[in-house]
Ligand binder design. Structure first.
Ligand SMILES: Cc1cc2nc3c(=O)[nH]c(=O)nc-3n(C[C@H](O)[C@H](O)[C@H](O)COP(=O)(O)OP(=O)(O)OC[C@H]3O[C@@H](n4cnc5c(N)ncnc54)[C@H](O)[C@@H]3O)c2cc1C
Length: 412
């Protein structure tokens, strides 16, 4: 039973980006059968990137918050879903094709899409109060309330989310210190060529940085926290915000028999290994990436692309292997950081442009075999788009860098 007129019941667990987009794409592609969308959060689905950016420094009016919804309630109504928000799935039985919910209900499916994303990696340090983490809209509200006090903040974790929160805190007038055990924390994502510039950017904007130093403990309470570092020094803060990565939302799948290993492990068609009628997508899925091997991407575009891919697989019986666009962005103060493809730590890179002189730069990555595999740009969307196109065309890193050089020549 395939394509238009398909009456199979599709159950989607996780009602955020990947889950909501799956339901929307299924309807857009003509799936006429029932769709149940189950979400642990009571909120109408919303977008997460603004939580550490625009929304964190916003006025928090209803109108502003509603602007970040992934769909209005009218749009969700039009999808004709069995929408169950505020109730988590607690168990899965692939043999009986049944999902059990926290309210005691059970839901039978013909096809299951697991889109339960990820949660903030829990803080190992537990002061009495004043320590916050960011993953949900309510987390962002709680952080915004603390930042409104304009009191000192320590951000633990110098990745994209931690540094975006630091930038927001500075904008709101808080003294900020960012701590990370890695000397140039962005290296893993953008590579060593530009990671140092991002560190400098934070310092230039007034953030104190303690990079290359780990946290040993955070004690005290809101307004009077002590952050103990592994070099023996201590920081005092009113609020600590801990952004040390994420853990995939797989706890409810323990005992289901699915292969779980830092996510739901899938085949190249995003089907849970060995199970044809269960897909896993978005931040919870660990799929065979052509360059990175078994990989759990934690990025907006990947979740959105995988939702579209799986909806096509279900509604149109498309038999394809998922291929990622590998596109990621981050806003750091007024800088726009973009990456496409991936970076092989064993590979090499070519730098194009001069960030200090021109305010923009591109880095083209090659893997250990010399094949071009990715690019990073700062404040240079045109170069990013060009690099993306050339990467897809299979050009070498040197050829891509030469073409990007031409952009600087033409602009001069
Ligand atoms: C603060 C922040 C900023 C970000 N900024 C960027 C950015 O600038 N660029 C970028 O590319 N990406 C960014 N991301 C990442 C991006 O938002 C994620 O990749 C995307 O949200 C993943 O979507 P998802 O639907 O797979 O998972 P999630 O968004 O994690 O959603 C999963 C949903 O499933 C629900 N759920 C979990 N368990 C259950 C259960 N048992 N039953 C029912 N429901 C369940 C959760 O409550 C949640 O609503 C950011 C993320 C955060 C948190």
């Amino acid at each position: 039973m395939t394509g238009l007129g398909d009456s199979r019941h599709v159950v989607v667990v996780g009602a955020s980006l990947a889950g909501t987009r799956t339901a929307q794409n299924l309807r857009a592609l003509g799936h006429t059968g029932p769709i149940t969308l189950i979400g642990a959060e009571a909120e109408l689905p919303y977008d997460r990137p603004p939580l550490s950016k625009d929304l964190l420094v916003s006025d928090w009016s209803d109108e502003t918050v509603e602007g970040f919804r992934l769909a209005t309630s009218a749009e969700l109504d039009d999808l004709n879903l069995d929408l169950r928000l505020g109730v988590a799935a607690t168990a899965l039985d692939p043999d009986t094709r049944q999902v059990t919910l926290a309210d005691g209900a059970s839901v039978d499916y013909d096809v299951l899409v697991i889109a339960t994303g990820a949660a903030a990696r829990p803080s190992p340090w537990r002061p009495a109060s004043g320590l916050l983490q960011l993953r949900t809209l309510s987390d962002a509200r709680a952080i915004a309330a603390r930042l409104a006090l304009r009191e000192p903040v320590v951000v633990v974790g110098g990745g994209f989310i931690g540094t975006e929160i630091a930038a927001a805190a500075i904008k709101l007038g808080c003294p900020v210190t960012v701590v990370d055990p890695v000397a140039e924390p962005m290296t893993r994502i953008v590579g060593p060529e530009v990671a140092g510039s991002l560190v400098d950017l934070h310092r230039a904007n007034g953030a104190a940085t303690r990079f290359g130093v780990g946290v040993v403990d955070i004690r005290g309470e809101a307004g009077a926290l002590t952050v103990v570092l592994d070099d023996g020094s201590e920081l005092t803060a009113s609020t600590a915000i801990v952004g040390i990565g994420s853990v995939p939302g797989t706890a409810w799948l323990e005992g289901s028999g699915l292969t779980l290993d830092n996510g739901v492990v899938t085949d190249a068609r995003l089907r849970a290994i060995g199970v044809d009628d269960i897909y896993a997508i978005g931040d919870v899925a660990r799929w065979p990436h052509p360059g990175l091997g078994a990989h759990r991407a934690e990025h907006w575009t990947n979740s959105s692309d995988q939702a579209r891919f799986v909806a096509a697989a279900i509604a149109q019986d498309a038999v394809l292997e998922y291929s990622s666009t590998d596109y990621v962005w981050s806003d750091q103060y007024d800088w726009k950081v973009h990456t496409v493809g991936w970076r092989d730590p064993q590979g090499s890179s070519v730098l194009v442009g001069d960030l200090a002189a021109d305010g923009r730069v591109a880095v083209v990555h090659a893997d250990a075999d010399g094949n071009a595999c990715g690019a990073v740009t700062i404040n240079w969307v045109r170069a990013l788009n060009q690099a993306r196109r050339l990467l897809m065309a299979g050009d070498t890193a040197e050829a891509i860098a030469e073409q990007l050089e031409q952009l600087t020549v033409r602009a001069a």
